[in-house]
Design a protein. Sequence first.
Length: 197
Amino acid sequence: MSRHKIVAISSSISESSKTAKFLNHVAGHFDPRRFDMTVVNLRDIPPESYFRYPVDNPELIGIFDEVEQADGVVFATPIYKASFSGLLKSFLDLLPQFAFAGKVILPLATGGSLAHVLALDYSLRPVVQSMGARHVVQSYFLPEKELLVDGGHVKLAAEAERGIAEAIHHFKTSISVSTNDRLLGHPRPERAAAIAS
Ligand SMILES: Cc1cc2nc3c(=O)[nH]c(=O)nc-3n(C[C@H](O)[C@H](O)[C@H](O)COP(=O)(O)O)c2cc1C
């Protein structure tokens, strides 16, 4: 059985990011026998690379390649000013219009206020949908106080663990639904040519 390729992208600017810890915890829910998981942290790329077009940073180009090959993409962002992070916006701005054609997306966030639990759905969801995603599954907002760090060990409050398990289940199930048409979503001419040849 071939493994499904997943790219998990963390997009906080914080050195001790709760979002990055949450995403690493989520990545641990993917069995390596079934999923080929790559976790990237956008903060690790030199900041000036996000403000140059055409993109010339090899690490950033490498992440674009990973996204192109992926069956599913997990985005994890802190909520800043009631929206996803500016770093994630800078990254998305550099991707081709239909970069997520045929892919399944899982949007995740950490935030301080439950009043902003819907921020992912009005800010990130429409953007990734317009970039061709086949399916954007139910998003999950983790209140920061439900991320529990004990020494080096990260765990979630019980209710959060149940909630994220449900979101991950939907994501895995959507990826596993076979589709013969990897261009589902919007067409991308360069991929169509590659598939035809
Ligand atoms: C500048 C700033 C703005 C924030 N704005 C919001 C907000 O609008 N809504 C919210 O729920 N939390 C807000 N927060 C709280 C963060 O989303 C929360 O602390 C998050 O877990 C930080 O993740 P990180 O450690 O990965 O950066 C804000 C935090 C900062 C530093």
